[in-house]
Design a protein around this ligand. Structure first.
Ligand code: ATP
Ligand code: MG
Length: 516
């Protein structure tokens, strides 16, 4: 049987390995059979509640087995799950449920206190179901499914059906609903497991949030190969190390911020991490220090960097293990990698033409993983996706010897005195300055230059680096027009769950009454 929909994943493994453990969460084991039966009961319950083919249901809850049960249940009736970022504020969650036109809303007990702010403004939701305890007229998930049989409703999927509707992480603006079809998803699932040598005997760590492509994409790929998933409710660095040892985890995706946290867990060396065969990382830039540290911490482990977007069903560019060679090819530790053979990539300048190798432009991507479009946003879709199927990533970068080197978001580019400055380059330069623990570079309004380069820096503990020292350090390493004109210090940089610095939040106070 070949896989062609999310539902086909559970159908196949239920046949092949019913009593094997599919998911371990909080010490409890769930077999393929139990997940299959729960998802069939839920599918039947959702159908009875009026959810049909092409409809959407939404979920507000941290990672849990119920995510997989719900995603499989939706697929079994041709519907789509929208997993909402639980870190958003109540009005934002409400907006996403309404934007998606969700018919049902599944909510974890941790978020019951927000429902007073969310429920009154919901347009399309006909019932709220509590994951955990029910109450106040809202059934629990168990109660909702109780009277429904564990027989698969058996709806077959079409290639164009929307398998997942994921919202972008909202780093540059409001999150947009990205429609990913079965064709999009299986373009990735049909190829990467063999490439990464992950298979039914693998033990896969799913710790990144399922509302983001890193968590959901990785979780679904892991289940598609029939691996055992060790699922964490939320990112907890010490739990991650403990579980790697306890469950002999062989593979995982950890974003750069998580790889950095793992290195500073107290007594990190007490754990036996030798079971780990492959770590995939990506979703935000990694500094060379963090990468080298991670390669030291997981010394026998292969590392793969992936670059991609929600809109590209995740990974489309990869830096494979053999290119992680600090001794002989240190320059590649800064590369994002090469596009997959089934993906086309080009770098496009301001005039819409492809630029020469080595020149910076916007990364354009094409291929079977590119989204169907943004849900209910034809104008945004037309801006991002042209008639020939090229998708504009919004990321700036250049290609050298076939490798993509990312610079920054096109939107984050600073124009200072007519020169383009890419913050990533300045950040890389000043990150090496002694006493600098973390840094972000933004453009601030400037009478003379239009925009001036400003560095926002977190000092390393027990140090007292000065703005002058940072500016002098930068001056020795990058062109004068890229050197920060000023430095501000903060205790912490605002980041989102995938570790991306929220530049729009950093810029806001400086641009309070201007347009950018
Ligand atoms: P929004 O589109 O709503 O502003 P977002 O772009 O942050 O949010 P995602 O789809 O989660 O939402 O993230 C995609 C972005 O993540 C890419 O455009 C790129 O900027 C960044 N990214 C992904 N992988 C890498 C990587 N390996 N290195 C550097 N940056 C990466
Ligand atoms: Mg984006």
């Amino acid at each position: 049987m070949s896989l062609d929909s999310i539902a086909s994943i559970i159908r196949q493994h239920r046949e092949e390995r019913p009593d094997a453990v599919a998911i371990v969460e909080g010490g409890s084991e769930h077999t393929w059979r139990s997940i299959d039966e729960a998802s069939s009961r839920l599918a039947n319950a959702m159908a009875a509640a009026g959810v049909g083919r092409g409809d959407r249901v939404a979920r507000i809850e941290k990672n849990g087995v119920d995510y997989f049960v719900t995603v499989f249940a939706a697929s079994k009736i041709g519907a789509t799950l929208v997993d909402v970022n639980w870190r958003l504020a109540p009005p934002e969650k409400q907006h996403i449920a309404n934007d998606a036109g969700a018919k049902l809303l599944f909510v974890g007990n941790d978020f019951v206190g927000e429902l007073g702010l969310i429920e009154p403004g919901l347009d399309t939701v006909t019932a709220t179901i509590m994951v955990g305890e029910g109450g106040d007229g809202r059934p629990s998930l168990e109660e909702f499914m109780a009277d429904h049989p564990a027989t698969d409703p058996g709806v077959e999927a079409a290639p164009d059906d929307i398998a997942l509707q994921l919202y972008t992480s909202g780093t540059t603006g409001l999150p947009k609903g990205v429609m990913l079809s079965n064709t999009n998803l299986f373009a990735l699932i049909d190829e990467v497991p063999e490439k990464w040598q992950i298979h039914a005997e693998s033990v896969s760590h799913v710790v990144m949030p399922t509302f983001h492509i890193a968590g959901s994409g990785w979780g679904i790929v892991s289940m598609a190969i029939g691996a055992k998933v060790v699922l964490d409710r939320d990112v907890d660095p010490s739990a991650i190390l403990r579980e790697i040892e306890e469950y002999k985890i062989t593979t995982a995706i950890y974003v750069p911020a998580v790889l950095a946290f793992l290195q500073i867990v107290p007594n990190a060396n007490d754990h036996d991490l030798s079971s780990m065969e492959l770590i995939v990382y990506g979703a935000s830039p990694i500094t060379e220090d963090v990468l080298r540290g991670a390669m030291k911490q997981f010394s026998g482990t292969d590392f793969v960097q992936v670059y991609g977007l929600t809109e590209t069903t995740g990974a489309v560019v990869e830096l494979p293990p053999e290119d992680h060679d600090p001794e002989n090819r240190p320059e590649l530790l800064r590369a994002a990698g090469k596009p997959y053979p089934w993906i086309e990539m080009k770098i496009v300048g301001d005039d819409g033409n492809e630029v020469a190798d080595g020149e910076i432009g916007e990364v354009w991507l094409k291929g079977t993983q590119i989204m169907v479009g943004y849900w209910n946003k034809p104008d945004e879709t037309a801006k991002a996706l042209n008639d020939e199927g090229w998708f504009r990533s919004g990321d700036a970068g250049y290609v050298k010897d076939g490798y993509l080197f990312l610079h920054d978001r096109v939107k984050d580019m600073i124009v200072s005195g007519g020169e383009n400055v890419y913050p990533a380059e300045v950040e890389n330069a000043i990150m090496g300055c002694p006493g600098v623990a973390d840094a972000a570079v933004i453009g601030v309004p400037d009478e003379k230059w239009g925009e001036a380069v400003k560095a926002i820096v977190v000092k390393a503990p027990d140090t007292d680096v000065t703005p002058e020292a940072i500016i002098a350090w930068a001056r020795e390493r990058i062109a004068g027009f890229k050197v920060p004109k000023s430095v501000d210090f903060v205790d912490e940089l605002p980041r989102n769950p995938s570790g991306k610095i929220l530049k729009k939040d950093l810029r806001a106070p400086y641009w309070a009454d201007r347009d950018r």
